[in-house]
Design a protein around this ligand. Structure first.
Ligand code: SF4
Length: 100
């Protein structure tokens, strides 16, 4: 990965951290272990929420370890769409977007 991509990711992460305190709903985060390929994008985006387990696949270590936007961004970054995020307070699936 080159320096420009890393710098862009840092800016994006800092932007989300800056805005994270504004939105903290009670989220349900689930990982489809069958789909997960252990690529680590979710860990890179939200390391306080996701970590790779002994099986090499992602697991949720702290569902409140980051703001909602960071967690949704982590789910969005997953190349195999293994992460589902639901706002339990509102009863709304945040990612992937519900089918209409
Ligand atoms: S980004 Fe997706 S595939 Fe990669 S470790 Fe996280 S859940 Fe698994």
């Amino acid at each position: 990965m080159n320096g420009e991509i890393l710098a862009a990711r840092r800016v994006r992460i800092l932007f989300f951290i800056h805005n994270a305190e504004a939105a903290m709903a009670k989220l349900s985060i689930t990982i489809n272990k069958t789909r997960c390929i252990g690529s680590g994008e979710c860990v890179e985006t939200a390391p306080a929420v996701f970590q790779l387990g002994a099986d090499g696949k992602s697991e949720v270590v702290n569902a409140t370890g980051a703001g909602d936007s960071i967690i949704v961004s982590a789910a969005r970054s997953c190349p195999v769409k293994a992460i589902t995020v639901v706002d339990e307070d509102a009863g709304v699936q945040l990612f992937p977007p519900p089918k209409k």
